[in-house]
Design a protein around this ligand. Structure first.
Ligand SMILES: *Cc1c(COP(=O)(O)O)cnc(C)c1O
Length: 460
């Protein structure tokens, strides 16, 4: 089909929302390493996991052989409220850049939570409800995950307790209030309401918190309250599985017009949107059917892939969670208060870590100010005010398009636009005022937190 026939927005119909999630792990030759029990150093059993997570989610977490998993009808119905999400051809951005590259983005910000997080929130809340639980606990950084989970819990009538990273709780009061509007109980973390929170506050009284701290608190509350389980908005295999709806829709939309991306770009916090976006493309790559260049973009202030170590580490600061083998900066690493709250996790999805380790994808780190330059440029020509997290992907998409301008290559670039930035205006204010800084950890700081990685047999 002729290039100029491609519309600004490629919409799928409601019937084309995926009815199954795609489990990328089924096609991986080197499977992601199993989670370990920190006490025994042995792979976590389904029974041990069942104390923390809902039963069905434990099955999904451990399943690295089933390629397609049915999406329950109730979840499909919920998806219909805000999916399919649009695939947009960035004609205006291409023109502004003067690039021969063709740029597409999959926009996940068209729901009240403002991000892709709702895709997994509804699934996790659904399985908790199905198991007859009273409620769920979680952490949230910038607030998108907490908002998404609050929406899902309100829809299903589940109780929702959210531990919100203190710096975000204070910087982003509006997200906090959206959560409360949907009925969630929101506590700034670290807090005095948990043993682990008290311990962290005793050691670091001035801490602005981190996702790692908030996870420790939420897990503690889940395991000490009957009828509650813990849910996590990123990092875990089950979350990447749910987020595969992004990639499946993206591929279906591009396939309609015979478009094959050369480069696929996504921001990476814990890896869920990127893992979801790339899933069907990476599946083709793993099966040797097609090749794609895939780039993870992370903040220079929290560079897990580009400066971290591929090793077993705790997922949380309080060191009560299982050990995951991932690219990590060390669970004691507390990143500077970068505005992309959703990218402040010290580790990375075990699935993406394995793929990166095996050379199947690339990663790059970008500074905060250059990210906001890209965000502003994008907003002015494409109209959407992007989330700071998403703008990391925009930065690298623009850089790739500008390289095409130099070389004259007509590459097709696909990136994930994970959300909107309406609740991140304090960050935009600093950028507009010229007071934004780029805080990049020194080698010494990283060496210190990496040296504190747990001792695991077989790990140097
Ligand atoms: C949470 C979040 C991210 C990062 O999380 P991943 O699990 O790496 O996808 C990116 N963008 C937005 C808008 C988010 O809310």
């Amino acid at each position: 089909m002729a290039e100029n026939k491609i519309p600004y927005k490629i919409y799928l119909s409601e019937n084309e929302i995926p009815k199954q999630w795609y489990n990328l792990r089924a096609d991986m030759k080197n499977k992601p390493a199993p989670l370990l029990n920190p006490g025994t150093g042995q792979p976590l059993t389904a029974e041990e996991m069942g104390g923390i997570f809902c039963a069905e989610l434990v099955q999904q977490e451990l399943d690295d052989t089933t390629p397609y998993i049915d999406i329950p009808q109730e979840i499909q119905d919920f998806y219909k409220m805000y999916r399919p999400s649009p695939m947009i051809r960035a004609y205006c951005l291409e023109k502004a850049l003067g690039t021969p590259a063709k740029i597409y983005y999959k926009f996940e910000g068209n729901n009240t939570s403002g991000s892709h997080k709702l895709n997994s929130a509804i699934a996790q809340a659904y399985y908790a409800k199905k198991q007859g639980l009273k409620g769920v606990t979680t952490e949230t950084g910038a607030g998108q995950w907490g908002t998404a989970l609050s929406m899902a819990c309100a829809y299903l009538g589940l109780d929702c307790k959210v531990y919100m990273v203190k710096v975000s709780y204070e910087q982003k009061p509006f997200r906090r209030e959206v959560m409360r509007t949907y009925g969630a109980e929101v506590t700034p973390s670290p807090s005095m309401s948990t043993e682990v929170g008290k311990k962290i506050l005793a050691e670091h009284p001035d801490t602005t918190g981190s996702l790692g701290c908030a996870i420790s608190e939420a897990v503690e509350v889940a395991v000490t309250n009957p009828g509650y389980r813990y849910v996590l908005g990123s990092v875990l295999n089950q979350v990447l599985l749910h987020q595969s709806v992004i990639g499946l829709e993206a591929k279906a939309a591009l396939d309609k017009y015979g478009v094959k991306p050369d480069v696929i770009i996504g921001c990476a916090g814990g890896g869920s949107n990127l893992g979801g976006l790339i899933a069907p493309f990476m599946g083709e790559k793993l099966r040797g059917e097609n090749d794609y260049r895939i780039i993870a973009v992370e903040p220079a202030s929290c560079p897990s892939f580009t400066r971290g170590k591929f090793a077993y580490d705790f997922c949380d600061t309080g060191m009560i969670c299982p050990l995951a083998k991932m690219y990590t900066l060390g669970s004691s690493f507390i990143p500077s208060p970068n505005h992309a709250g959703g990218l402040r996790f010290h580790g990375m999805s075990t699935t993406l870590s394995q793929l990166y380790h095996d050379g199947l994808m690339e990663a790059t780190a970008v500074g905060q100010t250059s990210v906001f330059e890209a965000a502003e440029q994008f907003a002015r020509v494409e109209g959407i005010l992007p989330a700071p997290e998403s703008s990391h992907a925009i930065r690298v998409a623009i850089d790739e398009a500008l390289k095409c301008k130099e070389t004259g290559e007509e590459k097709t670039i696909l990136f994930g636009l994970t959300g909107t930035g309406y609740f991140d205006m304090v960050a935009y204010e600093q950028y507009n005022d010229g007071t934004m800084t780029d805080r990049i950890p020194t080698d010494e700081e990283l060496a210190a937190s990496i040296a504190a990685l747990p001792k695991v047999p077989g790990q140097d």
